[in-house]
Design a protein around this ligand. Structure first.
Ligand code: NDP
Length: 398
């Protein structure tokens, strides 16, 4: 029976909170805290659960304020589903107040569109010495994709040679242009150069330069674009046998056309410009105009399909396996008033938190998800709304 503080009451926060509340045997006492109290209250009002739910306002950029909230509530774990900008301040607060930590996206500085684990891996010794655990990137990708890789590595392969993570959203929200998770973070991710791992080095590409059609189970063929994604960095570190690691994501032509225009006119810039005597950052202004991810769910139709293909060897034979989940937007709305992108992120965060709180995943230091036993996580995915399937001997990505 644990106490958990969930910071961030946006699209993903809504799902994590409701899934924790469904699992009241583990999550008995939940405090929801966000920059605006109203975001927390709206979600809390929708929950009927045996768990005790309370709300609080916090600015998680402010370490002393966050420490004070943690000391007052005394949680066993802090789940960070605010923005990547808050990762380090929340980790600092957890160290100071002596509590375990979990997030779903790695730290990014506000002024450089660059995401990598170096900043958070640098906390390894401090968490280890404090006897605390920090679990990084426990959403879907990163998160479940790391678990799928670790599970196949453990049960299906003696040696892995290539890794391809494929992420398809074949849903339709009916808006001209919207992003499925925080618009600022999403646009920063997609407009930067692509990158993939080949024979011990990173190969850089122009944004969206490499693409091909991939035939997704239950969804069909979709044009998929090579991007850099953060789990590639941790997976090639923890599975050094992998010679090539790539990440592919689908985008519709309408999305790409809007994004190209926004880029061409300077609306995706992250440096401050002067406007009527005031400094504004164009991308922050654009975010204020776009729909919030949490608001897209009501009329969303279609499915997501996200999975991992590994190629390698088992018992001296060449083999290929693909493990994946298909998630339906409308079913997510029915269950927790969310679209599937927030749902597929929020459910794994609850599962990772439950495994930490029940002692099935434990350790002192900073961990990526693939460093822990994938088996209990795979079992819980089936139980908590993200059932997975497997294809053997079929090559989806050449
Ligand atoms: P939203 O923009 O919907 O939500 C972000 C929330 O963070 C908002 O509720 C906001 O508060 C809160 N917040 C922002 N700044 C602060 C602050 N300083 N202090 C406290 N709260 C703050 O984004 P999403 O829910 O879509 O994304 C949440 C996280 O999930 C992001 O880090 C994103 O990168 C990650 N993600 C991970 C994925 C994965 O598969 N691993 C996939 C999708 C997202 P308020 O509403 O109160 O103003």
């Amino acid at each position: 029976m644990a106490r958990v503080l969930i910071i961030g009451a946006g699209g993903v926060g809504n799902v994590v909170i409701k899934k924790c509340a469904q699992n009241a045997e583990v999550f008995a006492d939940i405090l929801i805290a966000s920059r605006r109290l109203i975001s927390c209250e709206k979600i809390a009002a929708e929950i009927k659960s045996a768990a005790r739910i309370t709300t609080a306002q916090v600015d998680a950029d402010d370490v002393p304020q966050t420490v004070a909230l943690i000391r007052e509530f005394k949680p066993d774990l802090v789940i960070n589903v605010a923005l990547p900008y808050q990762d380090l301040t929340i980790m600092d607060a957890c160290l100071e107040a002596g509590v375990n930590y979990l997030d779903t996206a790695n730290y990014e500085p506000r002024d450089v569109a660059k995401f990598e684990y170096s900043w958070q891996w640098a906390y390894q010794e401090r968490f280890r010495k404090a006897g605390l655990m920090a679990l990084l990137g426990c959403g879907f990708d990163p998160g479940v994709t790391n678990v799928f890789t670790a599970w196949m590595h453990k049960h299906r392969f003696d040696k892995v040679e290539t890794l391809d993570i494929i992420d398809c959203n074949a849903g339709s929200h009916g808006k001209h242009f919207a992003t499925n998770f925080n618009p600022e973070i999403n646009i920063r991710e997609i407009t930067q150069n692509g990158r993939y791992w080949k024979n011990g080095a990173w190969i850089e590409t122009q944004p969206l330069e490499i693409h091909q059609a991939i035939d997704y189970p239950q969804v069909g063929p979709k044009e998929s674009y090579l991007l850099f994604h953060e789990e590639l960095e941790s997976l090639v570190k923890h599975f050094p046998d992998i010679k090539q690691a790539r990440f592919w994501m689908t985008f519709g032509q309408q999305y790409i056309t809007h994004l190209t225009v926004l880029q061409n006119v300077g609306m995706t810039r992250i440096d401050a410009i002067d406007f009527n005597g005031q400094k504004i950052i164009p991308l922050e202004f654009l975010k204020a105009l776009l729909p919030e991810p949490g608001s897209l769910g009501a009329n969303y139709t279609g499915k997501t399909c996200i999975g991992v293909q590994l190629k390698g060897e088992k018992d001296g034979e060449a083999t290929t396996h693909f493990v994946y989940n298909v998630c339906d937007h409308a079913a997510c709305w029915q269950e927790v008033q969310s679209q599937a992108v927030s749902y597929t992120t929020g459910v794994p965060a609850m599962i990772g938190a439950a495994l930490m709180l029940t002692g099935q995943w434990k350790g002192a230091g900073v961990f990526n998800v693939e460093q822990l036993d994938p088996d209990p996580f795979m079992t819980m995915l089936n139980r908590w709304g993200l059932p997975w399937q497997e294809l053997a001997g079929v090559e989806l990505v050449p």
